[in-house]
Design a protein around this ligand. Sequence first.
Ligand code: MSP
Length: 640
Amino acid sequence: MNKSYYITTPIYYPSGKLHIGHTYTTVAADTMSRYKKLMGYDVFFLTGTDEHGQKIQEKAETMKLTPKEYVDEIVKDIQELWKLMDIDYDHFIRTTDSDHEESVKKIFTTLYENGDIYKSYYEGWYCTPCEAFWTESQLVDEKCPDCGREVKQEKEEAYFFKMSKYADRLIKHIEENPDFIQPESRKNEMLNNFLLPGLQDLCVSRTTFDWGIPVEFDPGHVVYVWIDALSNYVTALGYLNSRPQLMEKFWPADVHLIGKDILRFHTIYWPIMLMALDLPLPKQIFGHGWILLKGGKMSKSKGNVIDPVTLAQKYGVDALRYYVLREMPFGSDGIYNEDALVNRINSDLANDLGNLLSRTVSMTEKYFAGVIPKEKVGESLDNEIIALAMSTPGEVEKYLDKLEFSNALNHIWKLIARSNKYIDETSPWILGKDLEKQSRLAGVLYNLTEVLRIIGVMIYPFMPSTSRKLMEQINVSVDLMSWESISTFGGYPEGVKVTKGEQLFPRIEIKVEEVKEPEKKLEKKKAKNPKIQEEITIDDFAKVELKTGEIISVEVHPDADKLLVLKIQLGDEVRQIVSGIAKYYTSQDLVGKKVVVVCNLKPVNLRGIESQGMILAASNKKELNLITIDGEISSGNIVS
Ligand code: MSP
């Protein structure tokens, strides 16, 4: 029997549009689910909506709708969003589903009959947006300590859960199971701020509104929304209801993915409920960080929420999925920044991944009409790239199992960078000119296509549609994709024809003015202060690192005809330099020339392509001549 894996997201409040923060958790869960499926696990990936409570009832009233009419509309939008974001969940639970309601009633009654719940009076403070009870001493400046909003004084008859009865057992469990609350810092927060000071009994029913699941034996009460919501993780598996019975197979959950703000509910109330029901505790609760804006939190009231639909339409779903998982370490807070998103697209996706695929497929079409003969490998360069291709899936596995998405992607991109470097080192365009080197050329292209197949499998959990497009161009059936299939090198089938398709990620145009801005500033500065061009000392000059470099390849910049993208060998290293010399030189003139390279210039992005240095030239405005080396000195030597 296959191993099982159960992952959940929080169930979202349908109290308005979801923003990029919600998308973050769901994309992360989808990535884990797809990865585990590739590993051969039977996966159950659950998401859904948390539809009861005072907040929803009040919102519906303001819109003159019944709560159900109100939530039905928003739930549709949420399901549309997940479809757009390529979220492949196994079940979408709504807390208004009759199966769920049936179980929650039974759960509440069981807890009552077991003596864990008793009836009394609640007098204290309530934060409606958080649906959370607070005592006077817990308030901060008389406001909710979680969200800082107004709280209301409530006094009502209510049922209470004897939380303290289970506190010692929970503390012991947390201490004995270091992976139970992750990241580590969150565990200490829960222990020190809530558990060790002593737990208060929790108010678990309400009587001042009726949008909730009625208490079976006392229908004037509705079940507290968090008891209702947390139960979803087992009611979706058929616990105490007539849904397909999956408890045995999937419970306890492998991981509940949640944001750090709802840790208290998941690491204290939920485990105590489970103990009282005599069910095992989830293996892990992972509280990830928040996506923040420069000015702080996103908030609907400030009107500064980032809409994932707009972003996905502007930049593409996979680019957005990639950005959220790559840019921010999962446990920590991160700041959303659209420039960083564009940068990731242009550099990691268009330049690194996109170019690797398009160069490999184009050369295969050019030299072998799309079908690579399978040739034996054997050169040391090949062994190096093969070893990296074989060790990368293990690294990705190691990091994904710790939910370190950014580190996992970083390792995949190291392989992509190494593969691009392998193209420069093996120079297939030079091999292509020599009839005796056809078999070497085939070997190089085979290695590259095989590495692309391995990359295609590894990026599938993160960017499923990009992975499909990549596999289509190299003609590998997606049905054959599995983690197992990338455990050995050489699985790319013989006799298969590759076909160049569309660019995986078209570059996003960065306005030229932006690039020229620093130059303009410098000119203005010079005009104001002519001394700026005064003499410099030898020490100043020595700061400029000049080296000999050999031009090994030349391409016209895809988005600017005046620019050429040069690959320049500098000893062991290959640099990419974008240079405005297209008017004066052709590719044929340049390949093989030895030029002088300024090596320690800060890299800049020129129309979406990174330029890692500059080559020297003399110019009289009409003509331009490159400064070249006229002797035998090889590349990588110092020019002084
Ligand atoms: N309904 C409850 C969850 C019940 S689970 C049994 C809830 N819903 S929510 O819609 O308000 O929030 C859902 C999740 O979104 C939470 O995990 C929260 O941390 C997350 N996020 C909300 N804003 C966020 C960011 N800006 N960044 C990252 N995640 C954030 O709470």
